[in-house]
Design a protein around this ligand. Structure first.
Ligand SMILES: [Zn+2]
Length: 361
């Protein structure tokens, strides 16, 4: 029997820096940045979208090897099955089963293919840790119940006003030249999704052991990238000294073989990590108020202020948050005005000078 595959599962809502964290982690020894593996069957196998290395997925040498061990002729059925099993309307039943100590997502014949996928990825990459940035909590719950998988959950949270603003940007699914756009939910929907996915992530894993759940805020990550990634690497069981940092907030990236995700996953070379704070200036008052009202139950829990420009309070005691070695909890992300940035949570194509302290919209 093979040892279990350790999967570092990035959970939470979208636009929270998961693509950057995945790409950076993929540079560490023994780590494979798999990207959003729940999309492998649809966007990878059926649509043949680009791998992180730039080749169409079916032409990527690594994925060619992995796919040999998978029932690729059944990709359409597996993709459809996953969509059906992970629907939002199934959440109440999922949480009920979890509370009762049962498997949150009931077993299904396709689970054997998913088990084989993670085993094949580990086998062909030689990785000790596979990073899966699928984010959707129900998919993480499904993975956690599969044999041969040891799940560790990294919960990434970002200010919902920032994620709502980010979702509205017009972007190609795989870069500016891609005619298919990434989804652009209205701010009210982005706010509700933020609340639902973050709340469900806490319900599923927040009460678990510190070895199995770590919560990191985007704002803390961008305030002190190297120290934060060091904490994440330690949590994942990875050699924290083997990372790509050339400075406290600069990494040197080589291509990964990640599936799906933000187009910024194709970025390589020296990349400074800074916060994307355009929303502070450009999110309208109305949108700010709407998102704040809809996400109010989660703002306090995750340590975000109600009012624009109010310093972020520290999360309530007892929560795992990587603020220990960074600036004082609650400090605004330190971004130097006028700096050319590769902002986390944005596509590589969207670049503009970041501006610190511009709190009014
Ligand atoms: Zn590739």
């Amino acid at each position: 029997m093979n040892p279990p595959v350790r999967v570092l599962y990035l959970a939470g809502s979208g636009r929270s820096g998961s693509t950057l964290v995945t790409t950076v982690l993929g540079q560490y020894d023994g780590v494979f940045a798999a990207g959003e593996l729940r999309y492998l069957w649809q966007r990878g196998e059926l649509e043949n979208r680009p791998c992180g290395c730039g080749r169409p997925l079916r032409d990527c040498p690594l994925w060619r090897e992995v796919r040999r061990d998978l029932p690729t002729d059944r990709a359409a059925a597996i993709a459809a099955g996953l969509r059906g099993r992970l629907r939002m309307r199934g959440l109440p039943a999922l949480l009920r089963r979890h509370r009762r100590g049962r498997r949150p997502v009931p077993a299904h014949p396709d689970d054997a293919a998913l088990t084989d996928l993670y085993a094949a990825v580990a086998r062909h990459t030689g990785a000790r840790v596979v990073v899966d940035s699928s984010k959707l909590p129900p998919y993480g719950a499904l993975l956690g119940a599969l044999p041969g998988i040891e799940l560790r959950v990294l919960h990434l949270v970002r200010d919902p006003r920032a994620t709502a603003f980010s979702w509205r940007r017009r972007r190609g699914l795989d870069g500016d030249t891609d005619p298919e756009l990434m989804s652009r939910p209205p701010v009210w929907k982005a706010a509700l999704l933020w609340l639902v996915w973050n709340t469900v992530t806490v319900r599923l894993w927040g009460g678990g052991a510190p070895e199995s759940y770590l919560r990191v805020r985007y704002e803390d990550l961008t305030a002190d990238p190297e120290a934060t990634l060091r904490r994440i690497a330690g949590f994942a069981g990875v050699d924290a000294d083997s990372g790509p940092f050339t400075g406290p907030a600069t990494v040197r990236l080589v291509p990964t073989h990640s599936v799906a995700g933000n187009p910024s996953r194709h970025r390589t070379g020296p990349v400074p990590i800074t916060a994307d704070v355009q929303w502070r200036r450009d999110l309208s008052r109305w949108s700010y108020a709407l998102v704040t009202g809809l996400t109010a139950p989660g703002l306090r829990r995750f340590g975000y202020p109600w009012r624009r420009g109010v310093p972020t309070p520290a999360p309530p005691a007892g929560l795992t948050s990587v603020t220990g070695s960074g600036p004082p909890a609650g400090s605004a992300p330190s971004v130097e005005a006028g700096q050319s940035t590769a902002v986390v949570g944005q596509s590589a194509q969207v670049r503009q000078p970041a501006s610190a302290g511009q709190e009014e919209g």
